[in-house]
Design a protein around this ligand. Structure first.
Ligand code: CUA
Length: 322
């Protein structure tokens, strides 16, 4: 796995902590109930009278009073009711604890799920500070984040277990999820609603950094793409806007402005490509550009016929987009 923990048992925020605390109650209680039911079943089967296949059925017990059995059943009903009510109360209190997150001074992010990647738009009251990235959220530690969720094609689901529970991205329906990362780290998220062939390759990383580190990252993301510093990179940029790349991807500062695929303005700053499919290395990028279907069959990106020198130039340009 490429970077980041995907672990419900390692909460990094108050909400994931509350969900984990609930789970610490649910698991032992439900395990006990399961074991008790299995034991009762085993006892019942063992104590049932043994008969041969041809014996007439003995239904006499239906007409007998069995005070001991009746009492046991009533006790079991009472215990089940009390346990169910206790678990109901625990889950209601957990829900309230999750909803209590203070949202003053929150960061606003719009997250859109596509088959099979995530578009991420950082909102701001000042339009010049809005920027777009993909498949990687960066957030400042200690500051609440409100994420508006949208599904572009089918239903997807936002799930970063170290920060919060699941929340669906449903086309045509507005929803938000709020969380706050309390510890710096890289938290792996995953689309949690089956959304087609490459559902499993729909990974979202949340990188929680100290506020000053986050601000530096955001300032860099707001800038247009860096200009090529040598001939090879310049050739790569030419190829990018001339070939089919520019029909789907955007690179700010160039004529490539399509929004059907991840924004690549700062693609070199990201950890992975293909929404967590491959590590973002020179060799993986080259292999991906030539034949993405080999790694992510069904993804909308077609392979590109490039001469080796063209591929190297394109890759050098993409690698410069930090
Ligand atoms: Cu998107 Cu599963």
């Amino acid at each position: 796995m490429i970077g980041g923990l995907h672990d419900v048992l390692m909460p990094a925020g108050a909400q994931a902590q509350a969900i984990l605390a609930l789970w610490h109650w649910l698991l032992p209680i439900c395990t006990l109930v399961f074991v008790a039911i299995m034991a009762a079943l085993w006892l019942a089967v063992r104590r049932a009278p043994r008969v041969a296949q041809d014996d007439p059925p003995d239904v006499s017990s239906l007409f007998e009073r069995e005070p001991k059995v009746t009492r046991t059943v009533w006790i079991a009903v009472a215990v089940s009711t009390v346990l169910l009510l206790a678990l109901l109360a625990a889950s209601v209190f957990t829900d309230r604890a999750i909803a209590r997150l203070p949202l003053a001074n929150a960061l606003h992010i719009e997250l859109t799920g596509y088959q099979w990647w995530w578009a991420v738009r950082y909102d701001d009251a000042d339009p010049s500070r809005i920027f777009t990235t993909a498949n990687e959220l960066h957030v400042p530690v200690g500051r609440p984040v409100i994420v508006s969720l949208a599904g572009a094609d089918v239903i997807h689901s936002f799930w970063v277990p170290s920060l919060h529970g699941k929340k669906d991205l449903i086309p045509g329906r507005d929803a938000t999820v709020s969380f706050r990362a309390d510890r710096p780290g890289i938290y792996r998220g995953q689309c949690a609603e089956y959304c087609g062939y490459q559902h499993a390759h729909m990974v979202l990383y949340v990188v929680a950094d100290a506020p000053d580190v986050y601000e530096r990252w955001a300032a860099q993301q707001r800038k247009p793409a860096v200009a090529p510093v040598n001939d090879e990179q310049a050739r790569g940029r030419e190829l990018f806007v001339a070939k089919s790349c520019a029909m789907c991807h955007a690179i700010n500062g160039t004529s490539a402005q399509a929004r059907n695929a991840p924004d690549l303005t700062h693609v070199a700053s990201r950890m992975t490509i293909g929404a967590g499919t491959l590590e973002n290395s020179v060799s993986a990028r080259a292999a991906w550009i030539l034949d993405p279907q080999q790694f992510k069959p069904g993804a909308k990106m077609p392979g590109e016929n490039l001469a080796p020198a063209e591929l190297a130039a394109l890759n050098a340009y993409l690698g410069s987009l930090s």
